[in-house]
Design a protein around this ligand. Structure first.
Ligand code: 6GU
Length: 279
């Protein structure tokens, strides 16, 4: 997969050289390039922002530097000296056609694990990191001729710019690429892979500061362990993220699982979980 990130703070993306994502880049699984937006300005002061039409606080990012930068990365013409040794993208299996332009913004569509899986199938992703009050809206309209444009938000809070959000999204997407996570099994049983939160985990010693590991995990009974873990997922999700249960497909649950949900105050109605009014 090829990923281009455009930012006025390219140093902000330095952590993408570390750990799993850094290794994936070294191994040639991920061709990730970071570009400085100011390289695409033409004035002496390398200006990227200006005051908003209509008035108001803050500054807005000017359209022309963005058009120059995005045109260059779409055509693969924005290679820079510090990236020159980077390996080529190899055999990305994604959909043919336009690259996807992801614009991090608290006004975007919500980025979820499902989005990460979707984007992991693409050949090229471009991230446009806005700062200040955002990018002139006409850039996003113009870009639709060259990209599939997707404004994306991590959640309902405000960051100062898109860079930290890009670190999160690139990690979420990158770890789904074939070969990036050593044991692909670890991608199966984790939070959000099945619409639920993950079960709690324990390691040695079995007794620590007067707290014992749940006995079932030491029983060697794999059926019982799987059921306990599933029920812990239900309990945890009901307590911390009841909003996720409204989406959960409960149509084919075995009786023991329905009983577990009943104990948590949820009935199965037409295949969906419904909170009992008295619960
Ligand atoms: Cl993706 N970007 C910015 N700037 N702020 C955010 C966000 C993204 N997600 C939540 N807040």
């Amino acid at each position: 997969m090829r990923i281009d990130v455009v930012s006025i703070f390219p140093e902000y993306l330095a952590p993408l050289e570390l750990s799993l994502i850094g290794k994936a880049r070294q191994d040639g699984l991920l061709d990730l390039r970071v570009h400085d937006l100011r390289e695409f300005t033409t004035d002496r002061h390398r200006t990227v922002d200006d005051t908003p039409y209509g008035g108001g606080a803050g500054m807005v990012m000017k359209p022309e530097p963005w058009a120059q930068a995005l045109t260059a990365v779409a055509a693969g013409q924005a290679e820079r000296a510090e990236n020159a040794g980077a390996p080529d993208a190899t055999g990305a299996a994604g959909s043919a056609g336009k690259p996807v332009l992801i614009v991090p913004s608290p006004a975007g569509e919500r980025f979820t694990q499902a989005t990460a899986h979707e984007l992991a199938e693409e050949n090229q992703l471009v991230f446009a990191c806005g700062r200040y009050e955002g990018i002139d809206e006409r850039v996003l309209e113009w870009a639709a001729d060259h990209f599939t444009v997707r404004p994306m938000s991590l959640g309902d809070y405000v960051l100062n710019g898109g860079e930290v959000a890009v670190l999160a999204m690139v990690e979420a997407i990158g770890r789904l690429l074939p070969g990036v996570v050593g044991n692909p099994e670890s991608l199966v049983e984790e939070s959000h892979s099945d619409g639920l939160l993950e079960y709690p985990v324990y390691t040695k010693p079995s007794s620590w500061r007067d707290r014992d590991v749940p006995a079932v995990l030491l029983s060697g009974n794999h059926g019982k362990i799987a059921q306990w873990r599933r029920h812990e997922q239900y309990r945890r999700t009901a307590e911390r993220r009841p909003d996720l249960l409204a989406e959960f497909d409960a149509g084919k649950l075995p009786r023991a699982d329905r009983t577990a949900f009943a104990d948590l105050g949820y009935d199965v109605v037409d295949g969906l979980l419904v909170r009992r009014p008295d619960a």
